[in-house]
Design a protein around this ligand. Structure first.
Ligand code: ZN
Length: 337
């Protein structure tokens, strides 16, 4: 146990055999509730010997395919037998999820930018701290499900993070191949290390995440990709030996986001007219968008150009932009490495 245990409490006993539905109680003392808490739903199915798989969604509150797939999994869990343990939290940043927003309405916290969190921090930091000190240490494999959210649409893609330890890469590759998403992408967050994924890697656990839709919608294909992919991964891990998951529907296309050249950012505020579509193959120097000045519509729009070759994997939803907003992300063809 960590020396400063989390202030988040739960009735869940992670070691108890069988199925438990419960909540993580995040203390929240405020004007209308002096001794209140935020109850974050969690389901644990402990089937004894075998790997522990932690499955989370709602890290961002406006991304729905993962949480819907996990709520459907939770519905099935009473009739499932597992060898190992499933820990499922469909909506980890629960205040954000209930609010339908990327960040928490209580503290504006972006859960995926505050790891490893803080025991005495704000609610979002406390959730990160609990995840980092209580959930990651119990897991062998961690899967965190995302989508583009309100501000992006995203090609359905598993984001692969091959382990640094070469002896574990074959094991990891089996999981990636079992998931069999239409795209498998090596992401480049330009040095960002406050993410959930960076924290999982510090624990040395196998980690998969992914983006399965966007526009803060719930895309049916995205849900199906997640559900089928998870079934194959759990079966491959030996957690659900009796399951007979569907065969992959996709030949995975490998992609890699590689540095700032694969991002398109606005450099001034305005109204953007994108001249590309999600999934387009584009070339360096090609026009990406025109940004008009709504206060001076007679002045020439700023032209934004792609700085590399690749496929558009991520496209901004909102036409209104501020300087620094990301309009698109590209990824180049890649191979398993
Ligand atoms: Zn997200």
């Amino acid at each position: 146990m960590p020396s400063t245990p989390s202030l988040i409490s739960t009735d869940i006993d992670y070691e108890r055999p069988g199925l438990q539905n419960g909540t993580l109680r995040v203390p929240y003392s405020h004007d209308r509730s002096a001794y209140g808490h935020i109850p974050v739903p969690i389901t644990v199915l402990n089937g004894g010997e075998g790997p522990t798989v932690l499955l989370t969604g709602g890290n961002h509150g406006d991304e729905y395919e993962g949480p819907v797939a996990l709520m459907k999994l939770v519905q099935r869990m009473p009739s499932m037998t597992v060898q190992g343990r499933l820990i499922v939290v469909p909506a980890l940043n629960f205040p954000a999820f209930i609010n339908g927003s990327r960040t928490s309405p209580i503290d504006r916290g972006n859960l995926n930018r505050v790891f490893p969190g803080a025991r005495n921090g704000n609610l979002t930091e406390m959730i990160a701290h609990y995840t980092d000190t209580e959930l990651f240490p119990r897991a062998d494999v961690v899967i965190d499900l995302h989508a583009g959210g309100a501000s992006f649409d995203h090609l359905p893609a598993l984001l692969a993070a091959p382990p640094g330890d070469p002896s574990r890469r074959a094991e990891y590759r089996r999981l990636v191949q079992a998931f069999a998403a239409p795209h498998t992408m090596l992401m480049d967050l330009l040095g960002e290390d406050r993410t959930y994924g960076a924290a999982v890697e510090r624990h040395g656990k196998l980690f998969l995440c992914g983006e399965f839709g966007g526009y803060a919608a719930c895309n049916a294909d995205g849900v199906a990709i997640v559900e089928d992919g998870l079934r194959r991964v759990l079966h491959t891990l030996g957690v659900t030996p009796d399951d007979n998951p569907p065969a992959p529907r996709h030949d995975t296309r490998w992609l890699k986001v590689d540095g700032a050249r694969h991002y398109v950012f606005a450099s001034r505020a305005g109204v953007a007219e994108p001249v590309f579509a999600l999934g387009d193959r584009v070339e360096k120097g090609q026009l990406a968008a025109r940004v008009f000045d709504p206060y001076a519509p007679w002045s020439a729009p700023q032209e934004l150009r792609f700085a590399g070759n690749g496929v558009v994997v991520c496209k901004r939803s909102f036409a209104r932009v501020e300087a620094g907003d990301c309009l698109a992300v590209l990824a180049a063809d890649a191979h398993w490495q």
